[in-house]
Design a protein around this ligand. Structure first.
Ligand SMILES: Cc1cc2nc3c(=O)[nH]c(=O)nc-3n(C[C@H](O)[C@H](O)[C@H](O)COP(=O)(O)OP(=O)(O)OC[C@H]3O[C@@H](n4cnc5c(N)ncnc54)[C@H](O)[C@@H]3O)c2cc1C
Length: 239
């Protein structure tokens, strides 16, 4: 980031608004597709209201909501996202895309993924349609079913689009909408997969865009690293 007249300015391919389950998942997928991604977070995910989460896949005895959020944000960082605290106050069009204004910062982005349950006010400034969720009182953002809003370049995901009110559903929706955006930018068939070296050669096929092939040694290295990261994280948490 550069600093001009005490206002930070920075440019990204994608700005994700909100770092709840939907925003973190969207950030992970965009970054892994080599899109320069910033995730902007106001610090009040709905998940913080949960006493304990017992329905997020992969945690058979449940997980503390704070841990789920911290790990999601760490995952987004690890994938390459920039995370920045702050509330997006306005969104406007710029020469090449959009400008998001936060206190002390101006962020330029070619595309925006809004996951900011329950704030859609800033989206209305650029003409994104919203509608009251029945029975209310919050406004939601209708999409085409794949996450595109009625303003080109602006996508929406998670509870903000009236998905089921569950963290796992919001995360899946964030990932799905990120893949919509990725396919809009890179129209090749895109698969975020890791396969063993030679998998595609075996089928006499080119390795598709987004797929990484690794050898056995690298697989072992990554598996050890993954285990160590979780042990380190949970080992440092109080009961
Ligand atoms: C009491 C309670 C208990 C719950 N328990 C469970 C449970 O056990 N299991 C379960 O699966 N779900 C549970 N939920 C539901 C779950 O928390 C939500 O469905 C999930 O968090 C939705 O994810 P999201 O990413 O769409 O929205 P959120 O998690 O709300 O994330 C949206 C993010 O956007 C940010 N934001 C908003 N406006 C702006 C802005 N202008 N600029 C920057 N950032 C902004 C917010 O700070 C927030 O972090 C519970 C909800 C409640 C209220």
């Amino acid at each position: 980031m550069t600093r001009t007249d005490s206002t930070e300015t920075a440019s990204f391919d994608v700005a994700v608004v909100g770092a709840g389950p939907a925003g973190c998942a969207a950030g992970v997928f965009c970054s892994r597709a080599d899109l320069e991604t910033i995730v902007l977070e106001d610090g009040r995910s709905t998940l913080q209201k949960s006493a304990y989460v017992e329905n997020y896949l992969g945690f058979p005895a449940g997980i503390e909501p704070r841990s789920l959020l911290e790990l999601g944000r760490e995952h987004a960082r690890e994938a390459g996202c920039t995370l920045r605290d702050g509330r997006v106050e306005t969104l406007s069009r710029s020469d090449d895309g959009f400008e998001l204004r936060l206190e002390g910062a101006s962020i330029e982005a070619d595309a925006v993924i809004a996951t900011s349950w329950a704030d859609s006010d800033y989206l209305q400034d650029v003409g994104v349609s919203t509608e009251p969720e029945e029975p209310g009182p919050v406004d939601i953002v209708p999409t085409d079913g794949d996450g595109r809003t009625d303003v080109e370049g602006i996508y929406a995901a998670g509870r903000l689009t009236s998905t089921h009110h569950q963290a796992l559903v919001a995360a899946g929706d964030g990932a799905s909408v990120a893949l919509t955006l990725i396919n809009d930018v890179v129209p090749d068939f895109y698969n975020d997969w890791i396969a063993l070296e030679g998998y595609y050669a075996h089928y006499d096929r080119e390795v598709p865009v987004g797929v990484e092939e690794i050898d056995h040694e690298e697989r072992t290295r990554r598996a050890n690293r993954g285990r160590e990261r979780l042990l380190e994280y949970f080992g440092s948490r109080d009961g």
